[in-house]
Design a protein around this ligand. Structure first.
Ligand SMILES: Cc1cc2nc3c(=O)[nH]c(=O)nc-3n(C[C@H](O)[C@H](O)[C@H](O)COP(=O)(O)O)c2cc1C
Length: 361
């Protein structure tokens, strides 16, 4: 019996044990309600959008553990994007690297959305955060704009077929950012070596009780909890079953084992067409935000090409594995920032987001 069947079995037992179907529904919420909530978050931008609409698009960016560690401050024609340090993940991200990358992802979404809807401007970045200053020019279309509400991480198996060189070139061009190096690994020997680093990193993380405790705090086992908090890692968005929170916690403690997860990551990478490794030329918050901007552009360009991506960041999160990954990418001496796998495959439900009002200060 695999872990999924065990979990489903546990769920069936709980129902039979007295909770009943109605009790089960009440404790997990409704998938249909979640779909409507998710559609509202990703509703198309009106033609003359308010600041709140632009910020909504910014918050659809990728971000570590979906903590959404950002605050937006509107002052006249300026939006500041600032870190929310109450949403740090100190175990997996002790130096706030992922936190600043996440701010960069949001800043790039904001810039693309503003430019495409008639509010071009200038985005500046320093070690404290990002600032977008509007000037009212005319809208400039950008193929990445339509991809903002469609982008998501797809933690699924891909079909393993090579991505055509023309698409790889499109991804490179979209990502091209001063200060950031993008290395595409598309040959099997190097993908295999990267896979082994991901598995080694996963093993290290899953045998670290502090890592597991932090991860568990951000898991949302059902649509009800995902909508209530508007943040965190919604189980269905990772292909895991929906469970009441209490049962989900027990299942996580008992059945979420390194060996099975290692095998899952290995299969997922084997099914991928390639890996994208991002490396900034310097390691400081401003450069991490710049990496976030580049990575968000990569994911949007992939979405526009109907390609899927998902992060496999274990060898950047486990510091001891970074030099081997940098060597593999041909960039010895740099700190690797992010690893994405990409290819073609199915999607899973979208991740939740908090309402815009919760992130404006
Ligand atoms: C800096 C950073 C690090 C991330 N690391 C991982 C990771 O190691 N594994 C993973 O599955 N997702 C990772 N993610 C993806 C987030 O979990 C994801 O963006 C978030 O849950 C929101 O989901 P969405 O991107 O589908 O909207 C990372 C994202 C960022 C920006």
């Amino acid at each position: 019996m695999n872990r999924r069947n065990l979990l489903l079995g546990a769920g069936a037992l709980a129902v039979a044990g007295g909770a009943g179907v109605a009790g089960w529904r009440a404790s997990v919420g409704s998938v249909a309600d979640y779909d409507r909530y998710s559609d509202r978050l990703r509703a198309a931008m009106p033609p003359d959008p308010a600041m709140a609409d632009l910020i909504r698009y910014a918050t659809l960016a990728a971000n570590g553990h979906n903590t959404q560690p950002w605050r937006f401050r509107i002052k006249g024609e300026t939006i500041d994007i600032l870190p929310d340090l109450s949403r740090r993940t100190p175990v997996v991200d002790p130096d706030d690297h992922h936190l600043f990358v996440s701010l960069g992802c949001a800043a790039e979404n904001l810039r693309i959305a503003a430019t495409a809807t008639g509010r071009p401007g200038a985005l500046s970045i320093d070690d404290a955060g990002a600032r977008y200053v509007f000037d009212r020019g005319s809208a400039r279309t950008d193929p990445l704009f339509a991809a903002i509400p469609a982008r998501r991480c797809s933690r699924t198996l891909y079909d393993g077929r090579p991505v055509p060189n023309s698409d790889l070139e499109t991804l490179r061009r979209a990502t091209d950012t001063p200060g950031v190096r993008l290395v595409l690994l598309t040959d099997r020997p190097r993908i295999d070596q990267a896979r082994d680093l991901v598995v080694a990193g996963n093993e290290a993380q899953m045998t670290d009780p502090a890592f597991m405790a932090e991860l568990k705090r951000w898991l949302r086992f059902n649509p009800g909890d995902a909508m209530r908090t508007g943040d965190g890692l919604y189980s269905a968005a990772s292909g895991s079953p929906i469970l009441p929170a209490g049962l989900g916690g027990i299942a996580f403690d008992r059945f979420f084992a390194a060996a099975a997860e290692n095998e899952k990551y290995a299969r997922q990478i084997d099914s991928s067409s390639g890996l994208a490794v991002f490396l900034a030329e310097r390691a400081d918050p401003a450069h991490w935000m710049t990496v976030g901007r580049a990575c968000q552009r990569f994911m949007l360009a992939a979405t526009a090409l109907d390609l899927r991506c998902a992060f496999v960041n274990q060898p950047v999160e486990v510091a001891g594995l970074r030099p081997a990954l940098a060597d593999l990418a041909g960039e010895a001496g740099l700190r690797p920032d992010l690893v994405l796998r990409f290819g073609r495959g199915p999607v899973l439900p979208f991740a939740p987001r908090r309402p815009v009002a919760a992130v404006i200060v």
